[in-house]
Design a protein around this ligand. Structure first.
Ligand SMILES: [Zn+2]
Length: 493
C-alpha cells in the first residue's frame, strides 16, 4: 500500500494542481510588492480560459488550460502593473507594484593581502572532502582542483576569508580559511616522500596507488588520451614504474619529476575514452581510480549497468512553478520514476537520490550516486528563467555538464530529446553545479522543457509526454553505451 501511495500521490498532486480555478491567479512574481534589477519581468499565472486578459491595457494570450505568461518591461523606480481579467460577469483586477532597482554591485572593499616572509609557512589540512582550491581569493573564482579531507597545505599568505596556498615556488592558489585547520608555522617546506607506485584492478576500476608519507595536494586534468595528475610538495624520489605492465585500461603510465618545483606529474594514457575517475587518499596511499570501459550485451546494452537518477528539488524547495501552479519538483519526480521503470525494464539497476517529496542536501545526492558505483548520474529538472529573460525566445531542452569527459554524453541526450520530443534545442552548456561537477559518475543535468513556456508547460502536464521524455533519455543512454562500449557476444551491428 505504501508503495502504491508513493507512486500515485505525486500524480494526484499534479492532476489537482493542473485543474485551474476560474479566478485570476498569479504564480510569478511571487508577491505584489517586489524589487527586480532587470529591464523586464514576466507574469506567470492562470485565469478563466474564456476570459479576456489585459496587463497594463495590453491584450495577453490565454492558452486553453487558462495559462498565461507575459513579459512586462520595467522602467526605473516604481512600476504599477494592473492585471485585468474579464469573463462575462467575472471581473478580477490585481495590482502589482514592482520597483526596478540597479543591479547589486559587488564592490566589497578589497581586503589587504598579508604575505608571509619567504620560506615561512603555516601548515594546514583540509577539513572535508571535495574542498576546492581556487585561482583567486573569491568564492566564485575558477576552481583549480578539489581535494580530499586531511590534505596538507602550505599557506604563505592571507587575504580576506582566504588563505594563499603554495603549490610550487611559482604557483599559488587559494582556499577558504574556514575549510582548513591550521597547525604550526615552520620555516621550511615540508615535503612528502613518495615510495612505490603500483597498479591494480577489480571488476569495475583500475587503481594507480602511490605510497606517500602524507597527503599532499594534487590536481587531476583530463587530456585527449587519459589523465595528467600533478602531485605537489613532493621530495625528489626514485619512484619506479618500470615494472608496470599495460592492462586492458592502461596503455601507459609515465611519471615525470620536476625537482625544483617539488612536483611529480603522472601521465596516464588509456586504451579507451574516460568513463569516470577520482583521486583520493586511503591508508597512506594516493589513489587514482579510473573506471574501466563497460562490457555490454549487444541485445540489451543497458543490462547490468547502474544509473543514478536525481529528481531535482523536493519538499520546501518547489523549483519552478508553472502557470496553473504545478511544481517543478513533482514533474521531476514523476519523470524520474518513469525513467527508473524503463531503465529497469532494459536491465539496468537504478539508484534514486530521492523517492518521495523530500529534499536531500545536494552533496548527499552526490554521495548516494557515488556509493552505488553508478556509471551515470542524471539530474532531472524543468527550466525557468530569471527576470529579464523571455521564455518565448529562450525555451526547449537543455543539457548541462562540467567535465570534458561528459560533453558527448550531454550532446547525445540533447540530440535524442529534441528529436523524439520535438522540443526546441536550448543547447548543451558547461555549468558548474554540485550535480554536474563529479568526475565519477559521468554527470549531467537535463532540463527537459520549460515550466514557464505555456506550450511546453502543457506538454509537461501530459503524462504521455513525461513517459516519452523518460523513453528518450533511456534511448540516449543506449546510444551512448552502444557507441562507446565494447560489445560482448556476436551478431552485433
Ligand atoms: Zn530545477
Amino acid at each position: 500500500m505504501k508503495n502504491y501511495f508513493k507512486t500515485i500521490l505525486p500524480l494526484l498532486i499534479l492532476l489537482a494542481a493542473a485543474i485551474p480555478a476560474n479566478a485570476l491567479q498569479i504564480v510569478y512574481p511571487k508577491t505584489p510588492n517586489t524589487e527586480v534589477s532587470a529591464a523586464s519581468t514576466f507574469f506567470v499565472g492562470n485565469t478563466n480560459p474564456e476570459a479576456s486578459l489585459k496587463i497594463n491595457d495590453k491584450e495577453v494570450k490565454i492558452f486553453d488550460n487558462g495559462s498565461f505568461v507575459e513579459v512586462v518591461p520595467l522602467k526605473d523606480g516604481f512600476n504599477r502593473i494592473i492585471i485585468d481579467s474579464k469573463a462575462g460577469t467575472e471581473h478580477d483586477i490585481m495590482t502589482y507594484i514592482i520597483k526596478r532597482v540597479p543591479p547589486k554591485s559587488l564592490t566589497i572593499p578589497e581586503a589587504e593581502l598579508i604575505e608571509f616572509p619567504q620560506n615561512e609557512f603555516i601548515y594546514a589540512a583540509t577539513v572535508k572532502g571535495n574542498t576546492p582550491l581556487r585561482a583567486q581569493p573569491d568564492e566564485y573564482a575558477q576552481r583549480i582542483t578539489h581535494l580530499d579531507s586531511n590534505t596538507v597545505l602550505m599557506i604563505n599568505g592571507k587575504k580576506g576569508d582566504f588563505f594563499r596556498v603554495s603549490l610550487t615556488p611559482e604557483k599559488n592558489v587559494w582556499v577558504r580559511a574556514d575549510s582548513v585547520v591550521t597547525y604550526s608555522t615552520i620555516n621550511s617546506k615540508m615535503l612528502a616522500n613518495i615510495d612505490t607506485v603500483s597498479v591494480c584492478e577489480d571488476a569495475l576500476f583500475e587503481y594507480i596507488k602511490t605510497k606517500i608519507s602524507f597527503a599532499a595536494p594534487y590536481k587531476i586534468t583530463e587530456t585527449d588520451t587519459g589523465l595528467s595528475v600533478d602531485l605537489y610538495n613532493i621530495k625528489e624520489n626514485n619512484a619506479d614504474t618500470t615494472l608496470f605492465k599495460p592492462t586492458s585500461t592502461l596503455k601507459s603510465l609515465a611519471i615525470n619529476q620536476i625537482a625544483p618545483e617539488n612536483k611529480s606529474t603522472y601521465f596516464v594514457e588509456l586504451n579507451h575514452r574516460l568513463w569516470g575517475y577520482d583521486a583520493y587518499y586511503e591508508n597512506g596511499y594516493f589513489v587514482i581510480k579510473i573506471r574501466k570501459k563497460p562490457q555490454i550485451d549487444a541485445k540489451q546494452p543497458l543490462k547490468g549497468l547502474t544509473v543514478a537518477l536525481d529528481a531535482g528539488h523536493g519538499a520546501d524547495d518547489a523549483g519552478a512553478i508553472g502557470p496553473t501552479g504545478v511544481k517543478e519538483k513533482d514533474i521531476n519526480l514523476d519523470i524520474a520514476n518513469r525513467l527508473k521503470s524503463v531503465l529497469e525494464k532494459a536491465g539496468a539497476s537504478v539508484v534514486m537520490t530521492r523517492e518521495d517529496d523530500t529534499n536531500p542536501q545536494l552533496y548527499d545526492r552526490i554521495k548516494t550516486a557515488k556509493e552505488s558505483n553508478a556509471l551515470f548520474l542524471i539530474s532531472l529538472h524543468a527550466n525557468a528563467l530569471k527576470d529579464g529573460g523571455n521564455p518565448y525566445e529562450k525555451h526547449g531542452t537543455a543539457v548541462f555538464y562540467y567535465n570534458a569527459q561528459t560533453v558527448d554524453f550531454a550532446k547525445i541526450i540533447r540530440d535524442t530529446l529534441t528529436k523524439e520530443l520535438q522540443t526546441k534545442d536550448d543547447g548543451v552548456g558547461m555549468y558548474s553545479l554540485v550535480v554536474t561537477r563529479p568526475t565519477m559518475p559521468l554527470s549531467v543535468l537535463v532540463e527537459v522543457a520549460y515550466m514557464i513556456h505555456p506550450e511546453e508547460y502543457k506538454m509537461l502536464l501530459d503524462e504521455k509526454f513525461r513517459q516519452k521524455s523518460a523513453e528518450a533519455i533511456k534511448n540516449a543512454l543506449e546510444t551512448y553505451v552502444k557507441t562507446n562500449c565494447t560489445v560482448s557476444g556476436t551478431n552485433y551491428q
